[in-house]
Write a protein that binds this ligand. Sequence first.
Ligand code: ADP
Length: 263
Amino acid sequence: KGGSPERGIPFNDENSLTRVYAVASGKGGVGKSSVTVNLACALAARGLRVGIVDADIYGFSVPGLMGITQNPTRVDEMILPPVAHDVKVISIGMFVAGNQPVAWRGPMLHRALEQFLTDVYFGDLDILLLDLPPGTGDVAISVAQLLPKAEILVVSTPQAAAADVAERAGAIAVQTGQKVAGVIENMSFLTLPDGSTMEVFGSGGGEILAKRLTQTVNAPVDLLGQIPLDVALREGGDAGLPIVLSEPSSAAAQALTAIAAKL
Ligand code: ADP
């Protein structure tokens, strides 16, 4: 359920073939948004119809990562999302002036998200990705209520402590009855100029997280891939051109493209 009675959320239509993934993390800064935009661009490059809803209300960053400066346009009752790199993108950041912080409480967040999902015209999509705020807050619960078929993708670093908090984000699925689509480990290692690798944030977090979530949700949860640290990934984000497009032959881009192929 959700949306106004006369016009519900199109992704909940029983004929909708759109696969919906909510990208979650235990804490901020692990690369959740970077992973979201790269997966979207990799999927669009394969010819799929892809949309992103930036639901990271307090820390929206998707427009910048996608190089979007234009605003959504309005046609009658509908809002048309800007398109970048063949991906349709809507963000709370497109509705606030300048860089103003958004200080909304639960019910307002829920209504904003509901309006996004109801009034933004995405057309037929193969895949919709939602970039959730970090942690297990109101938005994650609203997404579960508004889009019950959304599967959760959990992003974490290899660090044990990060995996611990990420487990909570994934474990929400038990309460909401959602499926956990898999774990993505980011910042797994850094390749040094001499070719050796350095595990800056330790190792094993993604594997452990996938095993623990398998037990928690009582269904198989796989580690979908490990993405190395790469300066080009950060630069691509700063430039609004995700690394899967700017440096497709890099190890990081290849890892992201391989993960996208599993969705
Ligand atoms: P989150 O959405 O989890 O808060 P971001 O995607 O905003 O995280 O990433 C946080 C910072 O780390 C950004 O500056 C981003 O460019 C950088 N970053 C993320 N993943 C990588 C990576 N694999 N290699 C290099 N920098 C990365």
